[in-house]
Design a protein around this ligand. Structure first.
Ligand code: ATP
Ligand code: MG
Length: 286
């Protein structure tokens, strides 16, 4: 798989209609992808161990998508082999009253990864440029100063780019994925959620309301992808009509990024090694 095909290059103008939702990305099928993902999941476990041993970098993986694009299954599969001590997933839902009384970045920062940890955000601060843009009534609830309204979106893009760059300078490696689903595949998945009893809990009537605004959502996502894919925090647009393709692509991109970090166990000074050998000797005699 060539992950640069999925990368949004900084400054590139994204047109989602031109990007495939149903590509197989060169994989032979579901079975082939399963083995591919399993190998990468194990590798991620090893990398997280090294991240922790080194204690220098944290990794933040952001996943954004329309409903039923398969965010949860993708995360469950790709990160299945990581030691839970060093890994967590945070889902961002509608902001609380308390959050609305603060700036829009505020509620996210306590959930940034610590050094040595990998954190996945299932939705993120990008909802502030997507769902909030599509729903002006959500923006109204934020009670922002009227003089900030004219350039609000341009400024949010700029603020988030600066903030993500700041995080990078503090040792947080950021990767962002947009799972690109077609409206027809969403129809099929929603239908299943209604028809299959065990899936009923996943469906809410509100999901239909958002679907009616599909075009507005795509426009908002195009703006986000075009304006906030940077060298330090790139976006990848991953085909999402086949869940097994999504997983394989995300797993591969995350593993390649961590590989590039050239993580190593910390080098122990000779002096310390000598001390340890003396302690080993002591173990036998005390
Ligand atoms: P699933 O449906 O698979 O369980 P989900 O991520 O869609 O997962 P929901 O509880 O259905 O979870 O939806 C969360 C909702 O919260 C989404 O509609 C999302 O747009 C909304 N949301 C998240 N962040 C914000 C925000 N900053 N402002 C307004 N709404 C937000
Ligand atoms: Mg939902």
């Amino acid at each position: 798989m060539n992950d640069s095909d999925l990368l949004v290059k900084p400054g590139e103008l994204v047109k989602l209609k031109k990007l495939k939702t149903d590509s197989w990305l060169g994989f032979k099928g579901k079975k082939d992808s399963k083995k591919f993902v399993e190998r990468r999941a194990l590798k991620l476990g090893e990398y997280q161990n090294l991240l922790y041993a080194q204690g220098r970098y944290g990794v933040l993986v952001i996943v954004q998508a329309m409903d039923a694009a398969g965010k949860d299954t993708c995360v469950r599969n790709v990160f299945s082999e990581i030691d839970p001590h060093g890994f967590n997933v945070v889902s961002f839902k509608r902001p609380s009253e308390e959050a609305l009384n603060h700036d829009w970045i505020w509620r996210h920062t306590p959930h940034l990864p610590a050094r040595g940890h990998i954190t996945v955000w299932n939705r993120s601060w990008y909802e502030e440029m997507v769902v909030v843009r599509v729903h002006p009534e959500f923006l109204a609830k934020q009670n922002l100063p009227p003089e900030t309204m004219n350039d609000i979106w341009t400024n949010r893009f700029r603020d988030i780019n600066n903030f993500e760059e700041y995080l990078t300078r503090n040792g947080i490696v950021i990767l962002k994925f947009f799972l690109h689903l077609s409206k027809s595949e969403q129809t099929a998945r929603f239908t299943q959620r209604i028809e299959i009893k065990e899936k009923n809990y996943k469906f809410s009537a509100g999901d239909i309301g958002e679907r009616l605004r599909w075009k507005e959502y795509m426009k908002a996502y195009e703006a986000v992808l075009s304006k906030t894919s940077t060298k330090h925090a790139p976006w990848y647009v991953v085909p999402a009509d086949h869940k097994w393709v999504t997983r394989a692509a995300v797993a591969d991109i995350v593993v390649k990024r961590l590989k590039r970090m050239k993580l190593r166990y910390p080098v122990i000074p000779l002096e310390r090694r000598r001390e340890l050998l003396v302690l080993k000797d002591d173990l036998k005699h005390k």
